[in-house]
Design a binder for this molecule. Structure first.
Ligand code: FES
Length: 249
């Protein structure tokens, strides 16, 4: 046995365990923080994920002696929407959910939200969406910045629907979508000019959607967004069997 001091969720704890005890068991057995789960025990499934100084870490494979002065955050240390999103990501991880599954859900949710946005959004909310398109236009020559802003655009469309349930569900998927976009841009072998050309096409679709929403054309908005979401799925999903766990943890 040896004495260690670990900082978890803002509190320091003095513990006496073997140095090679996995952090997971210190959290669950010693500190009784059972929100962190055991799955595979071999750093594959992501069930035991915690954050070490803000970075995801599989606690089943980290000996407590390796934690040092770093701060551990577990699910118990998160609160509000952050906690819900973390739990949701964990659930998708544990069920082996693929990215294709996530995009299929978006293809159902987001066109319906676009219709509701066209039928219900206030003038101020419509202005907010147009402002995001302005930002997208300004970042057209910067592929990653444009990619990140697309998430804001999609989310704003759903918020404009005024439906809190849809907004919460899509909000919880945002981290997965952001990670996927980052990876798609990092791993791509395409030249920037090609990506920018695709972004110009995407921008035209966003502008068209704003026009339809401003015209209160719910039917047109839903149809346009269904076609667009289908195209997005095809474009971003060459590795359709990528799992959520491969992105999040
Ligand atoms: S228990 Fe599966 S990754 Fe740790």
């Amino acid at each position: 046995m040896a004495a260690f001091r670990v900082k978890v969720n803002g509190q320091s704890h003095d513990i006496d365990v073997l140095p090679d005890t996995p952090l997971l068991w210190v959290l669950r057995d010693t500190l009784k923080l059972t929100g962190t789960k055991f799955g595979c025990g071999i750093a594959q499934c992501g069930a035991c994920t915690v954050f070490l100084d803000g970075q995801p870490l599989r606690s089943c494979s980290m000996p407590v002696s390796g934690v040092g002065a770093s701060e551990v955050t577990t699910i118990e240390g998160l609160s509000g929407p952050e906690a819900a999103a973390a739990q949701f990501g964990m659930l998708l991880t544990l069920t082996g959910t693929t990215l294709k599954d996530v995009y299929d859900a978006r293809a159902v949710i987001e066109p319906a939200a676009a219709r509701q946005a066209a039928e219900r959004a206030s003038a101020a909310a419509r202005k907010q969406l147009a402002a995001v398109v302005d930002q997208l236009r300004d970042s057209i020559d910067s592929p990653l910045a444009f990619g990140r802003l697309t998430t804001v655009f999609y989310q704003t469309v759903v918020e404009l629907s005024g439906n809190k349930t849809l907004t919460a569900v899509v909000g919880m998927l945002t981290e997965i979508i952001n990670r996927h976009i980052e990876r798609a841009y990092t791993d791509t072998t395409r030249v920037p000019a090609e990506i920018v050309a695709d972004h110009r096409r995407a921008l035209r679709a966003y502008e068209k959607l704003v026009e339809l929403i401003n015209a209160r054309d719910g039917d047109g908005a839903e149809k346009l967004w269904a076609r667009h979401m289908h195209a997005v799925g095809q474009y971003l999903l060459p590795g359709a069997d990528t799992r959520v766990v491969d992105l999040l943890y």
